[in-house]
Design a protein. Structure first.
Length: 447
């Protein structure tokens, strides 16, 4: 049995939801059970591009909530400004798309329940995330929130969320420091940094790296990734020098200059251009600034570069630094983009709705919105009840990530990664797959 699946509890049957639902005053046990069945089948139907109806999903009873129309509000907190704004807008769009599709399906099966999403900008700070959550809770009564994006912002809201019984569903906040911190934090999306750290380290080792300069954003997530990767590389006999990049800084010329000096030192003391590498653990406009400076440094031009998943960014690939990314054979670890009907349906409907493809990892936010809404259909719009039923819903959900979900300590335990390399394709730049990693076996295969 894979290491990360050892010791798991036995499969939880869907029938076990009945006990939770019968205690919820707003929904009778029979109607709640019907809602759950419809919800789960609708989730699958939408994934396959099927328009749900009473005849197609095999439901003959009209599904209703409490007397009269009912609208449930879910929250969304994303970085709409700052270095990750291009991601934040895509993730916000993904939540809206999920809500639109859920509402269409509920209408099709005769339900008078509808959902709406409210959005707030976390301004890419823990304080901004807390302000956003406080506003959505006090003004809209949200019981579940999709986001925030980064681990630092999640850390900023989790105490308030726990005190007020608000379920938090970030799609890509992967810091290991968040494991088990709250009964209201669930991370069924991107696997934790312990997996990404391993992929980065093994990629460097397997491609012949011996001397490593590691530039990392000095926040809860990227420091953790650096620290875990460094331990693996040191254990394999590599030399590693870390350089912290203060979060939110406008210019990183000094840190990049230090990195160039460190590479020069490695090269002058026996290192070669084939075994001296640079790793970048940053994203967005901050990473763009680092690449801009690195592209003018003679020593940094000689090294092969590696990095985190967020460097697969349409904004970077469409900018002036893309040529340097390809020149340096930038190699990153990214959760596998596996093809499935759900994956294809999400990408197709997103492009049709918004006129362009989604940013990478948008599917996690789309899926989390579906999980949140299905949980509300099962348990009602109450954070404590949602927190009880959500693991059952998540563990039986297969969405646009094309990976099944099994939560351990509220976190995704199934980790499949791709190793991607930046290349030029005609007049454009893109990432191509050069390897894969299975978290169950801890094996990385290149080539």
């Amino acid at each position: 049995m894979p290491k990360n699946l050892q010791g798991l509890n036995s499969l939880r049957p869907l029938s076990s939801i009945t006990k939770i639902l019968t205690n919820h005053k707003a929904i009778s046990s029979s109607v709640a059970a019907a809602l759950l069945v419809v919800g789960l089948v609708i989730g699958g139907a939408v994934g396959y591009g099927i328009t749900a109806s009473t005849s197609k999903v095999g439901v003959t009873t009209t599904v209703t909530g409490a007397a009269g129309p009912t609208t449930y509000t879910i929250g969304s907190i994303q970085p709409i400004t700052g270095s990750l704004a291009s991601f934040g807008v895509s993730f916000q769009n993904s939540v809206d798309l999920a809500v639109k599709q859920m509402n269409a399906n509920l209408t099709a099966v005769g339900s008078n329940i509808q959902f709406k999403a409210v959005h707030a900008d976390d301004q890419q700070t823990p304080g901004g995330a807390l302000t956003a959550l406080t506003s959505e809770f006090t003004s809209q009564g949200v019981q579940v929130v999709i986001g925030p994006l980064t681990s630092a912002e999640v850390q900023g809201v989790i105490q308030y969320a726990t005190q007020n019984h608000i379920v938090v569903l970030p799609g890509a906040a992967t810091a290991t420091a968040l494991i088990g911190v709250s009964p209201y934090l669930f991370r069924p999306g991107q696997p934790g940094d312990q997996f990404e750290s391993t992929v980065i380290a093994q990629s460097v080792i397997q491609t012949g790296g011996k001397n490593v300069v590691y530039l990392y954003r000095n926040d809860i997530s990227e420091y953790g990734t650096f620290n875990a990767s460094m331990k693996i590389m040191l254990a394999a006999g590599l030399k590693v020098q870390g350089i912290a990049l203060p979060a939110g800084q406008s210019d990183y010329a000094a840190q990049v200059q230090t990195a160039g000096t460190n590479v020069a030192q490695y090269l002058s003391s026996g290192g070669t251009t084939s075994n001296t590498v640079v790793v970048l653990g940053d994203h967005g406009t901050e990473a763009q600034n680092v690449f801009q400076h690195a592209a003018t440094d003679t020593n940094l031009q000689k090294a092969r570069w590696y990095g985190i998943e967020a460097l697969d960014d349409q904004q970077l690939l469409g900018s002036s630094v893309a040529a340097f990314m390809a020149h340096s054979n930038l190699t990153i670890a990214a959760p596998s983009a596996l093809s499935s009907p759900q994956f294809n349906y999400f990408n197709k409907t997103y492009a049709a709705e918004f006129g362009k493809p989604p940013q990478p990892f948008s599917g996690y936010f789309y899926d989390n919105a579906w999980i949140a809404m299905l949980s509300i259909l099962a348990a009602g719009n109450n954070g404590q009840s949602i927190a009880k039923v959500l693991p059952i819903v998540a563990d039986h959900f297969f969405g646009s990530s094309s990976t099944g979900i099994w939560l351990v300590s509220h976190d995704q335990s199934i980790a499949l990664y791709d190793v991607l390399k930046c290349v030029q394709s005609g007049a454009k730049y893109t990432f191509v797959k050069i390897g894969s990693y299975d978290g169950g076996t801890n094996q990385l295969t290149l080539g």
